[in-house]
Ligand binder design. Structure first.
Ligand SMILES: [Zn+2]
Length: 252
């Protein structure tokens, strides 16, 4: 069994100069599946050109909550047309982000719900981004049932439990390897392994020992190993489980 990265942005400009190396590192570290997440139409077009014979890529597209104010009907319809395509495995990242302020809260909620309704209509999984907005996110997800994953989960273990009850997967990023990672460690001990996923969210959030450097999918190995160590479980077993979780959510 190989490792996987359930959420990466290798379509980001940060990788434009050495993408081949980044893909080769994935093969070297045995990271053989990855979800490439796009927030913009141009990023999605570029994501479609990323290929490697030994890596299985999937793609997702979604209107990022921070961009809610910039979306008019015309642009929304362009996303909607792409959501219908078989190439778009998942809708996301979508959600709520109150970190930089709540002034456009209503607009964020409106765009989030519109995309949830499309996910329901098209029966596609969602990738949820939530920052400083967990209660509103939870209330909305409860009201509009979908299948999906809460990416880069950074809220309480108790809330993770509630989200698992709604059927969501919880994706753990490199922050679990950081010093003072009290909450992420509590989360991995609370969420059943058959509901866990791992990700880099690269180019951000590099795990130890690469913290502070640009992140890339091969680093997901450090996050995976840290979880195995903390839970006292065998690496092969854990890889088997997360591959199974990923395939169940996103398809083989
Ligand atoms: Zn992301």
């Amino acid at each position: 069994m190989s490792w996987l990265d359930s959420h990466c942005h290798i379509n980001d400009a940060a990788f434009r100069d050495d993408l081949d190396n980044v893909l080769n590192n994935m093969v070297f570290y045995d990271v053989k599946k990855a979800m490439i997440v796009s927030s913009y139409l141009e990023d999605y077009e570029f994501a479609k050109t990323i290929n490697h014979k030994e890596i299985k890529f999937k793609r997702s597209l979604g209107i990022y909550p921070g961009d809610a104010d910039n979306v008019d009907d015309d642009l929304f319809n362009k996303y909607y047309e792409l959501y219908k395509s078989d190439d778009v495995t998942a809708i996301g990242e979508i959600g709520l982000d109150y970190h930089y302020g709540k002034e456009n809260k209503e607009k964020q909620i409106e765009i989030f719900i519109k995309q949830l309704k499309i996910a329901q209509e098209l029966d596609k999984p969602i990738i949820v981004h939530t920052r400083d907005a967990i209660q509103d996110t939870y209330d909305i997800l409860k009201k509009y049932p979908c299948k999906g994953v809460i990416h880069c989960y950074s809220d309480s273990a108790m809330m993770a439990k509630n989200l698992v009850k709604l059927g969501y997967y919880i994706s753990i990023s490199g922050t679990v390897t950081w010093k003072n990672a009290r909450e992420p460690l509590e989360v991995i001990r609370t969420v059943p392994v058959d509901r866990l996923l791992i990700e880099t969210d690269c180019p951000y959030l590099s795990p130890v020992p690469n913290r502070g450097k640009r992140n890339e999918p091969s680093n997901v190995v450090y996050t995976g190993r840290k979880i195995c160590e903390e839970l006292g479980i065998n690496e092969e077993f854990f890889k088997f489980i997360i591959n199974d979780n990923y395939d169940k959510l996103f398809g083989i």
